[in-house]
Design a protein around this ligand. Structure first.
Ligand code: 5GP
Length: 116
């Protein structure tokens, strides 16, 4: 079995993190190297390495994550302007191989631009 990801270690309490929210399915933490004034990571407890490794059986989980993003954005008062990013694969900038959604807010986003 492959080694636990850094996010699994955070979920297990082996590595500290600023935890904003957690439930049986996911955890939301502050990114250690924020790319925006608000930069959170929403991470399923299930260690799916990359989005492409998700399968039919993850349909409910993936939907729950999307809904949770909205809840968190509302709770933080950033629901009028935030961005969700999933990097899939090293070529796309993925560095932690445990699926996670970046939630970025409180930053000026250029209209019609993804910033790359
Ligand atoms: P990726 O590049 O895989 O899409 O995103 C991984 C993210 O995890 C990066 O934004 C990085 O700053 C963050 N990260 C890596 N290690 C840790 C850590 O130990 N704690 C926290 N809170 N974030 C981390």
């Amino acid at each position: 079995m492959s080694e636990a990801s850094i996010f699994t270690k955070i979920m297990n309490g082996d590595i500290p993190a600023d935890i904003l929210y957690e439930d049986d399915d996911c955890i939301c933490i502050k990114d250690i190297q924020p790319q925006a004034p608000t930069h959170l990571l929403l991470i399923p407890r299930k260690p799916i390495a990359r989005l492409v490794e998700a399968s039919e059986e993850d349909k409910l989980l993936l939907g729950q994550l999307m809904l949770k993003v909205g809840d968190i954005a509302k709770q933080l008062g950033v629901d009028e302007a935030f961005r969700v990013v999933i990097n899939n694969g090293a070529g796309a900038g993925q560095t932690v191989f445990h699926l996670h959604l970046h939630i970025l807010a409180n930053k000026k986003f250029d209209e019609g631009s993804l910033g790359f």
